[in-house]
Design a binder for this molecule. Structure first.
Ligand SMILES: Cc1cc2nc3c(=O)[nH]c(=O)nc-3n(C[C@H](O)[C@H](O)[C@H](O)COP(=O)(O)OP(=O)(O)OC[C@H]3O[C@@H](n4cnc5c(N)ncnc54)[C@H](O)[C@@H]3O)c2cc1C
Length: 548
């Protein structure tokens, strides 16, 4: 139900701050488990918020090469950043829970937690509308059991890990009606949580600033959970260090160990066998799009001390007309067309296609003419599938008769204390320091070489690098841009000496304040994070139900 003045003075059983995927799942699951209890769901943004907002306007990022700007990284308003997310649902791997020298043994969560979380996946998949909770092709009955390429056999490299695709579910649009009609969820929109009021270890109230009316009021609850996305969750804690008064110190890890993903392309893969047998595109598991990727085994990554990474087959660089593909040139030209390009994809996705480059226009137009009419027909049929049906085609991957595909890497990042979020001297601006470490970059180049050696050893294919050996590291550095998958800044640990929240995601030094955000993940793995934080949200709803 919608908020009213009368609802402001209630004592809520649970107050959830932030209505992105994490906050909506937590609120809805808790409300469903406890029909007699009341949940306040507090959201800073307004419905379908456009334009500037004072949160994003007060973020300062030190590295525009490798990190997108604030407005490209998050959205505000009901549904949070799911308003522009891609919908790729990926599972974390065993290796992410193992202390390893490559991540400075700074892995402060455990395999027990990973195993415990599995029970919440089926429910989580329902919220994400991504079908089953199965992320291994070998265990999916409906999908054809072919290999990624002719002659591929699993060894240190596997081809059976899957990404599953959500609608993409826009959590605001998808669940707004259920939230509004709910008898026990009260939705406070255009309200920014600013200050926590403490009684010893207990949060007794949160001050809400009603953004459009410039008035404040206090909301009382028995339990509080911050689900404001990694940046704003971290900023809210940094601005509320009084919550650590009983603890006696502010956890050193707060704001530190910020990670995103290192992601880009520095090589192509050429397969030797029948091009028609290459599984380069999407398959359907029931109604859901799924796609496979290369990943290395846990034992191999451990033995070689390498970062967890995924590799998938991709199209050649769109902006380079040398691909000689009329359909790709058409899509590239559409993306760089000023107003149209903005409508086709959010800035981060658009940039991954255009790389911000406008070049070779003459050659692109020649590609268009040369491949006519397919250069128009293919994009139109793809645009239809991507924008019209309810379940949308998640991406565009084109067949290559030479059996050569660009190889996209998506790698975890080493948790590093100097990659961090902190407050500027004004006590409000959120500063983000972000860089790729040399060890990150070296590991990515090494992983490519291991993949190349493995494919050659099984006589399945090889990698063709796009740069000389001594330029590969610089190419990774110049290529990788993220900041849309944020984790690490309020990490899980066994104590406040090494983290910010415990295994139940309760903030150290408090008795009733929880965090439901990817900021609690101490390692980022290769996985896009949203599906996994959804599982934590379902788990938190169950945990809090037992307490209340
Ligand atoms: C272009 C793009 C593509 C992406 N694609 C994928 C993908 O394919 N797969 C994937 O896993 N992830 C993807 N992501 C990342 C994904 O969107 C986020 O991981 C996810 O939205 C995080 O969910 P959340 O609920 O934790 O936070 P958010 O979705 O960011 O929601 C947080 C909410 O909290 C509100 N809020 C903030 N501060 C306050 C406050 N003080 N008081 C009250 N409310 C507050 C915000 O307004 C916002 O609505 C993508 C992101 C972008 C930008």
């Amino acid at each position: 139900m919608k908020a009213s003045r009368e609802n402001e003075s209630k004592l809520y059983d649970l107050c959830v701050i932030g209505s992105g995927p994490a906050g909506i799942i937590l609120a809805m699951e808790f409300a469903a488990l406890n029909p007699d209890k009341f949940v306040a769901l507090v959201e800073f943004g307004s419905r379908n918020q456009e334009g500037h907002n004072h949160l994003d306007d007060s973020i300062s990022i030190n590295n525009p090469v490798n990190h997108y700007g604030p407005y490209d990284c998050t959205n505000k308003g009901l549904g949070g950043t799911s308003r522009t997310w891609g919908g790729r649902c990926v599972m974390f791997d065993e290796i992410d829970f193992v202390p390893r020298p490559i991540v400075n043994n700074d892995c402060t969560w455990s395999m027990d937690l990973f195993e415990e979380i599995q029970q919440y996946l089926p429910k989580n998949s329902q919220y994400f509308e991504c079908g089953s909770e199965q992320f291994d092709l070998d265990n999916v009955a409906n999908v054809k059991k072919k290999r990624i390429a002719d002659g591929f056999v699993s060894g240190i490299v596997t081809d059976s890990r899957l990404e599953r695709w959500s609608m993409p579910t826009r959590f605001g649009a998808r669940y707004e009606r259920q939230l509004e009609e709910s008898a026990n969820i009260v939705l406070f929109e255009s309200c920014q949580a600013t200050q926590f009021k403490m009684d010893g270890e207990q949060v007794i109230a949160v001050e809400l600033l009603q953004v459009d009316a410039n008035r404040s009021f206090e909301l009382k609850a028995k339990q509080f959970s911050i689900a404001a996305g990694a940046q704003e969750t971290t900023r809210l804690l940094l601005k509320n260090t009084q919550i650590f008064k009983t603890l006696g110190f502010v956890p050193n890890a707060l704001g530190k160990y910020y990670q995103s993903h290192i992601s880009g392309k520095i090589a192509s893969v050429k397969f030797y066998g029948d091009p028609k047998k290459t599984d380069f595109a999407f398959q359907m598991d029931d109604e859901v799009y799924v796609r496979r990727r290369f990943q290395f085994t846990t034992d191999f990554l451990k033995s070689k001390n390498l970062l967890n990474s995924a590799f998938w087959l991709d199209n050649p660089l769109y902006h380079n007309p040398e691909h000689k593909n009329g359909a790709m040139s058409f899509m590239y030209l559409a993306m760089i067309t000023p107003i149209l390009g903005k409508k086709l994809a959010p800035p981060a996705i658009k940039h991954s296609v255009t790389k911000g480059k406008v070049n070779g226009l003459g050659k692109h137009f020649w590609n268009l003419l040369k491949d006519f009419p397919m250069s128009f027909w293919i994009p139109f049929s793809i645009f239809y599938k991507r924008y019209i049906p309810k379940r949308k085609l998640p991406g565009v991957f084109l067949y290559n008769s030479q059996n050569t595909y660009a190889l996209h890497f998506h790698s975890e990042q080493i948790p590093d204390a100097d990659n961090r979020m902190y407050l500027a001297e004004d006590g409000n601006t959120l500063k983000i320091d972000y860089k790729l470490l040399d060890a990150d970059v070296k590991a990515i180049v090494q992983l490519h070489k291991e993949l190349d050696a493995y494919l050659r050893s099984i006589k399945c294919g090889q990698l063709d690098f796009w740069h000389p050996d001594n330029e590969l590291e610089d190419a990774v550095r110049a290529n990788s841009k993220d900041g849309i998958h944020q984790s690490g800044t309020t990490r899980i640990a066994n104590s406040a000496d090494s983290g910010v929240v415990n295994n139940d995601l309760k903030v150290f030094g408090t008795s009733n304040l929880y965090i439901c955000s990817c900021s609690v993940f101490p390692t980022s793995g290769q996985a896009n994070p949203t599906y996994f934080i959804g599982a934590f949200a379902v788990r938190m709803a169950h945990h809090l139900s037992k307490l209340s």
